[in-house]
Design a protein around this ligand. Structure first.
Ligand SMILES: Cc1cc2nc3c(=O)[nH]c(=O)nc-3n(C[C@H](O)[C@H](O)[C@H](O)COP(=O)(O)O)c2cc1C
Length: 279
């Protein structure tokens, strides 16, 4: 077993293309090593996740900090094969979802606090964008904490935002009431195969000191494109019939092509229809 300090150095160097100093005497290096080397898993063994373990992980996730202690994030567990299959059927581009032992949906719940205000006969003059934003942020933190807890016990997960392409149908299937919306789904299971580490933009691009400074963004991104290409080239180019076949196809070209057409442009309408005010 490598020392966790060495795991961290190797993982972060693969990820960021930079070297890091790690004090081998620091406490918590095991956890940092897991965070540094983490990756999503999309293939799972045919092995169930015990109910008690799932409950424990959810409780750990729901122990995450919460804005003003308002506790506006919920987790919905889908174990039933028929329901899980029906949700997976909505996303045929991800056929592996059918094999996930579990599917979770992380919910932003902006319903509970106004309902409590009403029950307690108090005004609620805060039905505006901040209600949506706070609930969404809480749900995102709970989701990230679930990932961390699940990965700590050796489970593999993949967040699934594509469920928001089908937000209205999913909302009906899961009986989500007004002001409760899905932030993302998540497949969970015991990993069937190792998956690779995913390179990230340099810290020169995403880490700022004292004031925002993105440096020479295009040069940094070009270097990232090439580093990432060397480690893990894209197997396919998006829409070559529209954009042509690029001689060099990196991350920035892929993301520019991906977002060259509207994606989920109706999500705002869904959120409003669920009763959130976005003003
Ligand atoms: C909010 C969120 C939504 C995501 N949605 C999907 C998804 O719908 N389908 C999918 O295959 N991966 C999804 N992912 C996984 C990302 O593609 C993955 O995190 C990214 O490629 C980086 O890989 P890594 O997590 O292994 O570092 C999602 C990740 C996040 C954080």
């Amino acid at each position: 077993m490598p020392h966790p300090a060495d795991t961290i150095k190797t993982a972060l160097s693969d990820r960021f293309g930079e070297t890091f100093t790690v004090d081998a005497g620091l406490s918590g290096l095991d956890e940092l090593a897991r965070l540094a080397a983490r990756r999503v898993h999309r293939r799972y063994l045919d092995r169930p996740v015990a109910d008690d373990l799932l409950r424990l992980l959810c409780a750990c996730a729901l122990s995450a900090p919460s804005k003003s202690d308002l506790q506006q994030a919920d987790i919905l567990i889908i174990r039933d094969r028929d329901r899980l299959g029906a949700i997976a059927d909505l996303m045929p581009e991800m056929p592996w979802l059918h094999d996930a032992p579990l599917f979770l949906v992380f919910l932003a719940n902006g319903r509970r606090i106004p309902a409590l205000a009403e029950a307690r006969g108090k005004p609620f003059p805060n039905d505006h964008l901040d209600l949506f934003f706070n609930a969404t942020v809480d749900a995102a933190i709970v989701m990230a904490t679930f990932l961390r807890a699940a990965e700590a016990v050796g489970l593999g997960c993949c967040p699934i935002s594509v469920i928001r392409d089908h937000a209205t149908v999913v909302s009906e299937m899961l009986a989500l009431p007004p002001k409760v919306i899905p932030l993302a789904g998540m497949s969970v299971g015991w990993p069937a195969e190792p998956s690779g580490i995913s390179q990230r933009l340099s810290l020169g691009t995403t880490l700022h000191e004292e004031r925002f400074d993105e440096g020479d963004l295009l040069a940094e991104v070009d270097a990232y494109d090439r580093r990432r290409h060397a480690a893990r080239a894209y197997r396919q180019q998006r829409e070559p019939e529209r954009f042509g076949r690029a001689e060099f196809y990196g991350w920035s070209e892929d993301k520019a092509r991906q977002y060259s057409k509207p994606a989920r442009a109706d999500f705002g309408a869904f959120v409003r229809a669920k009763g959130f005010c976005l003003d």
